[in-house]
Design a protein around this ligand. Structure first.
Ligand code: ADP
Ligand code: MG
Length: 361
């Protein structure tokens, strides 16, 4: 087996008593778009800065192409970086901003002209060469920053919340640009965001950070379908959690009992759970359905409809269990009930195998 391209090995960083990153283990193949997703303060930037060489780890190692990068000074690591705030040199034109990394590397004027032209073409800003940063919109400035980070063909590009200062429409536009650039260049990207939708749009795989640790790594679909922890389940996708108690455990599945005494058959169990232990049942609004009877389904639970919102392509239905916990169901337009469901109705929530997950508390 060949060594992974980029390999974080038990990376740890402390600031006094604060553990910013802990036991970060991650393998990133060449050309992957990897996103660090997690709430503010969960250690995403710290991990990225250690790779860039702006911070030293307290312990652990990072290998690139089979060699530790820790002995290599930051400016020799050849890693491109784009930050949240525009970091263009205000007194330099767009062309000179992008040329800067090449001038530092003492490349010839002919090479500089050619590479700057290509980088600006990549971000579609050829006509803006002569402009000064102050004459550009926020989105254009971030594209210049991207061109400057890519101009010397770094093998790895780091982006730390590069779009969070932009409004939603512009953000989505540049997300598409970033995807295209990733496809065209094949550069390995490590991207930081706290926005799950952005992570899902962009990434091949996502590493979910929580309190300095990576809780799970996988494709967006994998994290959504097979969340390893309640934190991941809550962070990726919409979800409702119902309180339950584990009744029995067998082969990775558990049967449960709800606060009103209702019992329910086996669903996949996550975490070490034993009979009698408290747990939470995850229900995804898109993965559950409503029906007028509770029979013939894999699992079903009687609820009262508390609110109905018609949204055109779907109908969002809020419901309450017999013991007063809320959940919501997203009925597709194609479901006849999406047209007829009414507040106050008593219906059954049901789901297919794997449509629900139980997390031991
Ligand atoms: P994120 O990027 O996920 O928001 P960070 O990596 O910036 O998180 O921060 C992780 C933790 O480390 C936070 O608790 C933060 O306050 C702390 N931290 C980050 N940088 C420093 C620093 N230079 N000095 C002290 N604490 C820091
Ligand atoms: Mg950060």
């Amino acid at each position: 087996m060949t060594a992974p391209y980029l390999h974080f090995q038990a990376v740890r960083k402390t600031y006094g008593d604060v553990v910013a990153a802990d036991r970060v283990d991650l393998e990133v193949p060449k050309g992957e778009f990897m996103t660090f997703l997690g709430p503010s303060g969960s250690g995403k930037s710290t991990t990225l800065y250690i790779l860039a060489g702006f911070q030293e780890p307290t312990s652990g190692d990072i290998q690139l192409g089979g060699r530790s990068i820790l002995p290599v000074p930051s400016h020799k690591r050849n890693i491109g970086m784009v930050f949240q705030r525009y970091t263009l040199f205000p007194h330099l034109s767009v062309r000179e901003n992008v040329a800067f990394p090449l001038r530092v590397r003492r490349q010839s004027q002919a090479e500089i002209t050619q590479k700057v032209g290509r980088a600006l073409e990549l971000v579609r800003l050829q006509e803006f060469e002569e402009r000064m940063p102050a004459q550009l919109s926020g989105g254009q400035q971030q594209r210049v920053a991207l061109a400057r980070a890519l101009v010397y063909d770094p093998p790895v590009l780091l982006m730390d919340e590069p779009l969070s200062a932009l409004d939603k429409k512009l953000r989505e536009e540049i997300q598409l640009e970033i995807r295209r650039i990733h496809q065209e260049t094949g550069v390995t990207i490590l991207y930081v965001t706290h926005d799950q939708e952005e992570a899902l749009r962009l990434s091949d795989r996502i590493a979910v950070f929580n309190a300095g640790r990576i809780e799970q790594v996988g494709s967006g679909q994998h994290l959504y379908d097979q969340p390893a922890t309640r934190f991941v389940a809550d962070f990726i996708g919409d979800s409702a959690f119902l309180s339950a108690e584990i009744e029995s455990v067998q082969g990775g599945q558990a049967a449960m009992r709800f606060p009103d005494g209702t019992r329910l058959g086996a669903v996949p169990l996550h975490g070490a759970g034993a009979p009698g232990q408290k747990a939470e049942l995850l229900l995804r609004p898109e993965r559950i359905g409503l029906s007028e009877t509770g029979s013939g389904e894999t699992a079903a639970l009687e609820v009262t409809i508390t609110d109905v919102t018609f949204l055109g392509s779907s109908t969002d239905v809020r419901a309450e269990t017999a013991w007063g916990e809320g959940l919501f169901v997203r009925l597709p337009f194609s479901d006849p009930l999406s047209q007829s469901v009414r507040r106050g109705q008593r219906l059954w929530v049901s789901w297919e195998a794997n449509g629900a997950h139980l997390f031991a508390a």
